[in-house]
Write a protein that binds this ligand. Structure first.
Ligand code: KMH
Ligand code: ZN
Length: 275
């Protein structure tokens, strides 16, 4: 078995002023994407920024970003429908208009530090069914154990995603969500067994839970998401220098586990992404 590696290079939470290595311009994002692909990433999870490096869901900018990433890499482009905690639902639904192969789809509301990341049931259904209609493959983002039960309910009521394969991403260690611990990951794997046969999962641990979550996921048969959306400190007192540094570390761990990274083409086959 090999390893799907997703890079989440930017996110919506860190500021460029606090984290100068964060890729925020289109050029920075394209260079990052190419280098991470060369190292072994197969998916890029995309958040974009405006000219002041603030998070935005601007339609034209997102469309141009998706087009540029498709043109300059073979990576699967996965847009974030989560955006920033302040983004309205309509703008979050409109990211599907940018022409991505995949989009994230979070399975419930969660406290998010001092904020709330709102994902109402009707909004989740809207996202899921619009993706079915447009042939976009979802990655179901799971911030807490109960959200896997919500996913089961969603699939029972509204059917499988396009391609018929279910893939979830465990986002662990958000203050307000599940902790980034091996115990929590194992609890999730039990709940994943209740999802359709063949369901796959990735995991990412926020902040200092990055390494324990990465090791737990590899040992439990899971895949990896890494990047500066989730991790800005490489080791105690050492800021992350680049997304490539995090992807290289993930590739190293995956190889040690004798589960080398898969290519974007292999990832498309695994996830049921239309070629
Ligand atoms: N920025 C967070 C509020 C996603 O991309 O779908 C939500 C998030 C999840 O990052
Ligand atoms: Zn995100």
């Amino acid at each position: 078995m090999s390893t799907l590696i997703t890079v989440a290079p930017t996110g919506a939470e860190s500021s460029k002023a606090a984290v100068p290595a964060l890729p925020v311009t289109l050029d920075e994002l394209v260079v990052t994407a190419k280098e991470c692909e060369a190292l072994g990433a197969a998916i890029i999870h995309v958040h974009i920024r405006d000219d002041q490096a603030r998070p935005t869901l601007d339609q034209g900018r997102l469309r141009a970003t998706v087009a540029a990433l498709k043109q300059s890499t073979d990576l699967i482009v996965q847009v974030s429908s989560g955006g920033a905690v302040t983004d309205p639902e309509e703008a979050r639904l409109a990211v599907l208009d940018a022409g991505p192969e995949m989009a994230s789809c979070t399975m419930g509301t969660v406290n998010f530090g001092d904020d709330v990341f709102l994902n109402r049931w009707d909004f989740i259904v809207d996202l899921h069914t619009r993706m079915q209609d447009r042939g976009i493959v979802p990655e179901y983002e799971i911030f807490d154990l109960g959200q896997l039960a919500t996913l089961q309910r969603l699939l029972a009521r509204h059917g499988l995603p396009v391609g018929g394969h279910v893939h979830v991403d465990l986002v662990m260690g958000v203050p307000g969500g599940m902790p980034g611990t091996p115990d929590a990951l194992v609890a999730c794997t039990s709940a994943i067994r209740d999802l359709p046969d063949g369901t796959t999962f990735s995991a990412t641990g926020i902040g200092r839970s990055t390494i324990p979550v990465m090791l737990a996921s590899l040992s439990a048969g899971g895949h990896l998401r890494v990047g500066m959306e989730d991790t800005v400190t490489y080791a105690k007192g050492r800021p992350v220098e680049s997304n490539m540094q995090l992807v290289a570390r993930a590739v190293g761990f995956a190889q040690l586990a004798q589960r080398p990274p898969i290519t974007p083409a292999e990832a498309r086959r695994m996830l049921g992404v239309p070629a």
